[in-house]
Design a binder for this molecule. Structure first.
Ligand SMILES: C[S@@+](CC[C@H](N)C(=O)[O-])C[C@H]1O[C@@H](n2cnc3c(N)ncnc32)[C@H](O)[C@@H]1O
Length: 211
């Protein structure tokens, strides 16, 4: 697994370093008040576990799960519950425990995904799931959204193994997919407002997705 954002990386590193239960306990014991949230999000969190906790908190209390620093906190949230409306402490703790259970099978890298893809490109038995920032909404949502999307698709056209890419459903992305001879399919997805939206699956052979 590869992720460039150091805060998201802190979450994975903390869990994979064996500190998942401590992180889960901290989540379960957190008193979610505006003051506590502001204190945690504004501190510099130089310790990995603190950074991990702050990253999860930010994702849950900022508008739309936006991970880019500085986004505003939810005021009304879902059902008017404000910042607590998406703070599902039990669910987060369960997920962390589930990841802990399979942590030996995960290798995490905090680096540029393109570099990793190139490293494994010539191996037939390497498969890739690529979930890049959307071409349009990416800038608003993530700290790192400056991807050269066409280069990414070009690199994917050179990998020997199989792959699946998810993208926003735009004409531009479909044109790139066609240019490199890939197939694409539209799938339904839930957006943050739970309205019905669609995104693209891109691959070499998407027959499996059509049945
Ligand atoms: C659509 S999100 C992926 C979310 C992830 N699949 C998940 O389920 O949590 C896109 C992610 O790509 C990351 N990113 C942006 N540029 C990157 C790069 N060059 N290499 C690796 N990750 C990158 C962003 O930080 C962001 O977290």
């Amino acid at each position: 697994m590869v992720e460039l954002d150091r805060d998201v990386a802190a979450v994975w590193r903390t869990i994979l370093n064996g500190k998942g239960s401590r992180l889960a306990e901290r989540i379960l014991g957190f008193d979610l008040t505006i003051d506590n949230v502001k204190r945690i999000l504004s501190s510099n969190n130089s310790i990995l576990e603190d950074r991990a906790f702050a990253a999860l908190l930010r994702n849950r209390v900022q508008h739309g799960g936006i991970m880019a620093p500085g986004a505003s906190l939810m005021k009304k949230g879902e059902n008017g519950n404000g910042i607590s409306s998406r703070w599902y402490a039990d669910t987060l703790a369960k997920r962390i425990k589930a990841i802990t259970g399979i942590k030996k099978r995960i290798e995490f890298r905090n680096e540029d995904g393109l570099k990793t893809i190139k490293e494994f490109a010539s191996q037939k038995d390497s498969v890739f799931f690529v979930d890049p920032p959307y071409t349009i909404a990416g800038k608003r949502l993530y700290r790192h959204s400056e991807i050269d999307h066409e280069s990414l698709l070009k690199v994917m056209s050179m990998v020997k193994g199989d792959f699946l890419i998810t993208y926003d459903n735009t004409t531009e992305v479909k044109e790139w997919a066609e240019k490199y001879g890939f197939e694409y399919e539209t799938v339904a997805m839930k957006s943050r407002q739970n309205s019905n939206k669609s995104e693209l699956l891109i691959g070499r052979d998407l027959d499996w997705a059509r049945h």
